[in-house]
Unconditional design. Structure first.
Ligand SMILES: Cc1ncc(COP(=O)(O)O)c(C=O)c1O
Length: 438
């Protein structure tokens, strides 16, 4: 076949070469709706049929400045041109990037690098287990922590009856996950003081770590209350358990110092990825020096990998972090995000739709219902079908987002160029159409 030019041809061709016809599962939106991107720039993406979208999905959140940001791209290109990409040895950029992270996240004392959020979580968990010499790990229902077997278990809130007294079942994300990998993982609902207390009463001294996103970037930005997060911090400290805050989505986005600055609560270990490199594949984990120093030779925790701290990743991270630290980019993101949230609120009110926003302006969730969900189980009683219908209509009118209310709206600095009047008109039309459809 020559270069495929229609959606049907693209899918037909791709199916011959990739499972589902896509490069990773989450990109498959069906035969007709799978998006094929030709180019990205600023806050806009253009698909292979030449249609332009204002993008609030931003590749699942890494874009914090904008696509093709010159400040970042030129630093990367210059590094490749003058120094190369990879040597498998230390470079001066290693320490320079760690210093840039520490300048924004004062509780981070030592850091190691990774290539993805999945890998950063893996490193943090192993470090926590190495330090505590314990095995169990607690995660919060509705959180997402990457694609390792152990993290590929979830609370089946979608298949759960909210009127039932029992907790949702724990199920694997899909096939190929050995059941043994679930045996060391416990789940608790966010903001549930009783569940936290009883779990620690039963198993506290075996728990190596509690791993959570306090602002759940994979559950509509449903957020921990300051009281619950503080109780979690106290409980983990009392039991010698590591508190790992997964800032893969929130880091360098919700504040310079991420969710931890937002709450004023510090983890023992933290994971970062996404916004750290404005779309380049870079990640890291770090935290208390005494904990991180369990990494090392002769019986210490092993961490490494061929592509770790490669120069493409680190030059992108250095340039991105410098922009975020030295300019008012994040203030712009917050301002624009608040304006967009306000205009959407006006649209929902005019359409007589009960609605709630969760999370900060830089990554807010929208929930159709009467109360802000306080955990994943509460999300189950929101009108996710209406959100889904609304999101698809937005997409058809040129606004790209994930058609699932568990994925927040991501804002980047380049969204300041969006015509908010246009967006309000489009959202009004999309909501009218969605109400008629459901
Ligand atoms: C909170 C969180 N942790 C970990 C991951 C895994 O990151 P990656 O997709 O870079 O492996 C994600 C991905 O969305 C995430 O949102």
């Amino acid at each position: 076949m020559t270069t495929p030019t229609t959606q049907a041809q693209r899918m037909l061709d791709a199916h011959k070469h990739m499972p589902q016809g896509v490069a990773e599962n989450y990109r498959y939106w069906g035969e007709e709706d799978t998006v094929w991107v030709d180019k990205v720039e600023g806050c806009r993406i253009t698909d292979c049929d030449g249609r332009e979208f204002v993008d609030f999905r931003l590749g699942y959140g890494p874009i914090i400045l904008g696509y093709q940001d010159r400040r970042v791209d030129s630093a990367v290109i210059e590094t490749i041109r003058t120094k190369g990409t990879i040597s498998g040895f230390s470079t001066l950029l290693d320490t320079a990037v760690v210093k840039a992270v520490k300048a924004m996240c004062p509780n981070i004392e030592k850091v190691r690098f990774a290539n993805s959020g999945t890998e950063a979580v893996m490193g943090a968990l192993r470090t926590a287990r190495g330090f505590t010499n314990r095995k169990r790990v607690v995660i919060v229902e509705g959180g997402f922590h990457g694609l390792t077997d152990e993290m590929m278990w979830k609370s089946d809130v979608e298949g759960w009856d909210p009127s039932a007294q029992s907790a949702p079942d724990i199920i694997p994300f899909g096939a190929g996950i050995p059941s043994q990998t679930q045996h060391l993982v416990d789940f608790i609902p966010l903001n549930d003081h009783a569940a936290l207390a009883s779990l620690f009463a039963a198993k506290g001294d075996d728990i190596a770590a509690v791993l959570l996103e306090p602002i759940m970037g994979n559950c509509g930005s449903i957020s921990a209350t300051p009281e619950w997060l503080s109780a979690l911090r106290d409980t983990t400290s009392r039991h010698g358990t590591m508190l790992i805050i997964d800032e893969v989505k929130t880091g360098f986005r919700v504040a310079k110092g991420g969710a931890q600055e937002h709450y004023g609560i510090h983890a023992d270990l933290t994971t970062y990825a996404k916004a750290m490199g404005n779309g380049y594949p870079v990640a890291c984990f770090g935290g208390r020096a005494d904990v991180m120093d369990v990494i090392g030779a002769d019986g210490g925790v092993v961490h490494g990998g061929t592509y770790t701290a490669n120069l493409v990743a680190l030059s992108a991270a250095k340039a991105t972090l410098d922009v975020l630290n030295e300019t008012d980019a994040l203030a712009t993101v917050d301002r624009v995000g608040a304006e967009i949230r306000d205009l959407l609120g006006r649209v929902f009110t005019a359409a007589d739709i009960a609605h709630q926003f969760a999370g900060p302006p830089s990554m807010f969730g929208i929930h159709f219902g009467d109360v802000v969900p306080s955990n994943y189980r509460d999300w189950r009683v929101t009108d996710a079908a209406l959100y889904n219908a609304f999101a698809w209509r937005l997409i058809h009118h040129g606004v790209m987002l994930e058609p699932d209310s568990r994925e927040p709206w991501f804002i980047c600095e380049a969204h300041q160029s969006v015509d908010l009047g246009w967006l309000e008109d489009v959202a009004t039309t999309a909501m009218k159409e969605a109400k008629n459809a459901v």
